[in-house]
Design a protein around this ligand. Structure first.
Ligand code: NAP
Ligand code: ZN
Ligand code: ZN
Length: 359
């Protein structure tokens, strides 16, 4: 432990990308020792979000290196600061996509820190007000976070399968709730990956009639098992046409370029398509797809801390977790390649114990 930037710091093992084109590899960073309002979490599991790949490879053009990704963090609290109120040593804890925000703007006061007017401080690749450097994410042995941005984890759920709720769970829960998805509604989920499969489980739990759109023929049976009422092969025009003008709501989770108009045309009058997938290039919207039927095209970004806790509690009460493939951190680069091929069933989660095996 040494003194730096007016705070005590500790050496921490991680996996990091050093550039857009280098594979992730072992790297030591420095974390602050917990301050008065901080907790230190020893990380047990970290989910692998497609955003990790977009950012590690600079696909959104905002990455600063070295970059330690990971924002689906579950662990156990190993230290608490003197003024921490809601957690104690030994508690389970979760950290999602944000670790701080201004806490005073209109959006923060409304519990929508993800839309903080000064910009939320994301769990990685954001300016770190404590160190003066960057925030580093969950592909790491530990993380130090202000308790205001730490979540309580339900005790009845499998921990590894709960990690993806911290991003994939809240990113789908929030728009489904915002648009009051429920009984009597026909709801589409586009793309059956990490976000998509959580969207299916949650929309079903809210009582909707759920239709999955997939490009992968080998996911049809899984989609039905996960709770879908119908599955559409989105590459088959006849199957798509059969659903014209029929959806109340569609959630699009696709991470790559695709024809958005094909889905807008499936909305009923006044229906809404919410985009949560973030392809690196713009999507081309035909205005005609919107004006006929007064359709809405919107976006949604993760969810606030209060809503994330609400989502975790809902998942605890309804026994909802992700379907995961547990991997050692040494396989992270191969996992990224499989994400690019839509070959994940349905979330990779890193078993952080494997980090200790790194020389
Ligand atoms: P993922 O696990 O890789 O799933 C994406 C799915 O999209 C794939 O499994 C595939 O499903 C479908 N897909 C992929 N390429 C496609 C293509 N060329 N055409 C049509 N469908 C395609 O990714 P994820 O972790 O769920 O993340 C999805 C996107 O959401 C990413 O862009 C990520 O950055 C973004 N994201 C946004 C937020 C937010 O707050 N808005 C939060 C987290 C993540 P099928 O095999 O079923 O076709
Ligand atoms: Zn994510
Ligand atoms: Zn704010």
């Amino acid at each position: 432990m040494v003194m730096g930037f007016n705070i005590l710091i500790m050496k921490t093992n991680t996996y990091a990308a050093q550039s857009a084109t280098t594979p992730l590899a072992p790297f030591n960073i420095q974390r602050r020792e917990p301050g008065a309002h901080d907790v230190q979490i020893d990380i047990l599991y970290c989910g692998v979000c497609h955003s990790d790949l977009h950012i590690a490879r600079n696909e959104w053009h905002g990455t600063t290196y070295p970059c330690v990704p990971g924002h689906e963090i579950i662990g156990r609290i190993s230290k608490v600061g003197a003024h921490v109120k809601n957690f104690k040593e030994g508690d389970l804890a979760g950290v999602g996509c944000m670790v701080d925000s201004c806490r005073t703007c209109e959006n923060c006061v409304d519990d929508l820190e993800q839309f903080c007017e000064k910009g939320p401080i994301f769990t990685y690749n954001s300016p770190d007000k404590h160190s003066g450097g960057l925030t580093y994410g969950g592909y790491s042995e530990n993380v130090v976070v202000d308790e205001a941005f730490v979540l309580h984890i339900p005790h009845n759920l499998d921990l590894a399968a709960t990690a993806p709720l911290l991003c994939a769970g809240i990113t789908t829960y929030s728009p489904l709730r915002h648009y009051n998805v429920g009984k009597g509604q026909k709801v589409g989920i586009v793309g059956l990956g990490g976000l998509g499969h959580m969207g299916v489980k949650l929309a079903k739990a809210f009582g909707a009639h759920v239709v999955v759109f997939t490009t992968s023929a080998n996911k049809v049976e899984d989609a039905l098992r996960l709770g879908a009422d119908e599955v559409v092969n989105s590459r088959n025009e006849n199957e798509m046409q059969a659903h014209l003008n029929s959806f109340h709501f569609i959630l699009d989770t696709v991470a790559a370029q695709h024809d958005i108009n094909a889905y807008l045309l499936l909305l009923k009058r006044d229906g809404t398509l919410t985009q949560v997938g973030v392809p690196s290039e713009p999507l081309a919207v035909q205005v005609g797809s919107l004006i006929y039927g007064r359709r809405n095209f919107s976006g949604s970004l993760i969810g606030g801390i209060k809503e994330t806790q609400e989502m975790l509690d809902f998942c605890g009460a309804h026994n909802i977790t992700a379907d995961i493939e547990l991997i050692p951190i040494q396989n992270i680069n191969a996992a990224y390649e499989r994400l690019l091929k839509s070959d994940v069933k349905y979330r990779f989660v890193i078993d952080m114990a494997s980090l200790k095996e790194t020389p």
